[in-house]
Design a protein around this ligand. Structure first.
Ligand code: PGA
Length: 304
């Protein structure tokens, strides 16, 4: 059996995630020569190179990639063990790794805040990103739980419904269609439109609807942030489609348009990899999520 120490594996994992000895040293509060000597010893123990340097870039070798996956499993098991011990002692303790789509950031942090008040020894790693990146993170088994719409069908997942996530058509309140009702979707032809970036689930849903009705909008701008899109609409750059949950009542410059086909009906799910052994903390949060969400949003006990 390979005689590597846990410390060496931790250093290796940190180097691999940053692609840099210097950054790993900074994160672990150790010197760079210590990182180098730990990696030298680990390489000797494994008997094959773990990294290769191409130009200034550090890359993992095939063996390095295998070791990284092993480290992930080892540390995950140890974290789980720590949580079980804490749970037996009567507390919830440990790290919760969560990745959510951009639209879910409008309710997840609030629920997390309340959850952490109840469990002050839990710490959180929250990643907010688009649908495509969530899918990649799932394939790499990077997180405990995922919150997204339209869970991918080609990954084996357990998906639990959380709440509705209607996508609405948002315009500047001075837009000529503002206030009209039952507007035919064809009226959107040639409208200046602000589109989410490639890989966004919202973008995919919009393109599907427009494709189905053969609507051709004029994409003036692509933006990767819901907040930036709202600013662009307020600035008169065009209309866009956003999750209704991204809109606040005080956004006076914005309005939703009553166009047929809208809102696009979507739902948020909390998902985890099938076969994943959820940690004590992840199970507790999953239960908490279900207790504090309902069809149209978070429950009144934690709503603003
Ligand atoms: P997005 O997520 O950030 O990928 O657009 C929203 C969704 O998938 O509903």
């Amino acid at each position: 059996m390979i005689q590597a120490t846990l410390h060496q594996l931790r250093v290796f994992q940190t180097v691999a995630s940053h692609g840099s000895f210097t950054k790993a040293a900074e994160e672990l509060f150790i010197t760079q020569p210590t990182v180098s000597s730990q990696m030298k010893q680990l390489t000797q123990t494994v008997g094959m190179p773990l990294f290769e340097q191409i130009g200034k870039q550090l890359h993992l070798t095939d063996v390095g990639r295998e070791l990284l996956a092993t480290c992930q499993e080892v540390f995950e098991q140890l974290d789980r063990f720590e949580m079980i011990v804490a749970d037996i002692k009567g507390t919830k303790q440990g790290r919760l790794r969560l990745a959510v789509v951009t639209t879910a950031k409008y309710f997840v942090p609030r629920i997390l805040g309340y959850f952490c008040q109840e469990h002050p020894l839990v710490d959180i790693a929250l990643e907010v990103t688009n649908h495509q990146n969530i899918t990649r993170r799932m394939l790499e088994n990077q997180d405990d739980l995922y919150i997204l719409s339209q869970p991918p069908e080609d990954i084996l997942l357990c998906n639990e419904y959380l709440m509705d996530n209607p996508l609405v058509l948002v315009a500047n309140k001075n837009h000529p269609l503002a206030g009209k009702t039952n507007i035919p979707i064809k009226s959107l032809n040639n409208e200046a439109f602000i589109m989410r970036e490639q890989g966004s689930g919202t973008r995919q849903a919009v393109q599907q609807l427009f494709g189905k009705h053969k609507v051709a909008v004029k994409v003036r701008l692509e933006l990767g942030s819901n907040e930036a899109i709202k600013q662009a609409i307020a600035g008169g750059l065009g209309i866009s489609v956003l999750s209704e949950h991204t809109l606040y009542s005080e956004e006076l410059e914005l309005t939703t348009l009553d166009v047929k086909g809208f809102p696009i009906k979507r739902e948020w799910y909390v998902s985890y990899l099938e076969g994943k052994q959820l940690s004590v903390v992840a199970q507790a949060f999953l239960q908490y999520l279900h207790q504090h969400t309902q069809k149209n949003g978070v429950t009144s006990s934690i709503a603003s």
